[in-house]
Design a protein around this ligand. Structure first.
Ligand SMILES: [Mg+2]
Length: 128
């Protein structure tokens, strides 16, 4: 993902850290709702998401994109408010990714030997 979010310092200065922190919480909640709604729609129709199947899916898709954008903007504000460096974030993402890869490799080895698909919940759900 390589999305440019413009500098947020003017917004942070205008509304203050505390008010923006509340907005960050609310926007994360809105993204959770949008993800949940997409999941519900996919389960109802069955199969993969199809943005051309119904107006409801088009609307849910648009809402998901909007809430993702809101959270990306919030993440930029959080970085600026607390002085978090891009490199720190990248290093943490790399560390988490390496852990995911190790878990997946372990599950694939285990499943390959036993022929079972008895994966732990953690791996089934792709926890980071
Ligand atoms: Mg929002």
């Amino acid at each position: 993902m390589n999305i440019h979010v413009p500098d947020q310092s003017k917004v942070i200065m205008a509304y203050g850290h505390d008010d923006q922190a509340m907005i960050h919480c609310e926007e994360c909640g809105e993204l959770i709702q949008a993800i949940s709604k997409m999941r519900r729609i996919v389960h109802r129709f069955g199969g993969p998401f199809d943005p051309y199947r119904s107006d409801e899916e088009v609307e849910a898709y648009g809402n998901l994109v909007e809430e993702m954008a809101d959270v990306l903007i919030c993440l930029e504000q959080i970085k600026e408010m607390y002085g978090i460096y891009e490199k720190e974030l990248q290093d943490m993402v790399d560390k988490k990714y390496a852990r995911q890869e190790a878990r997946l490799a372990a599950v694939c080895r285990k499943d390959g030997k036993s022929g079972k698909s008895g994966r732990s919940r953690e791996v089934q759900h792709g926890n980071v």
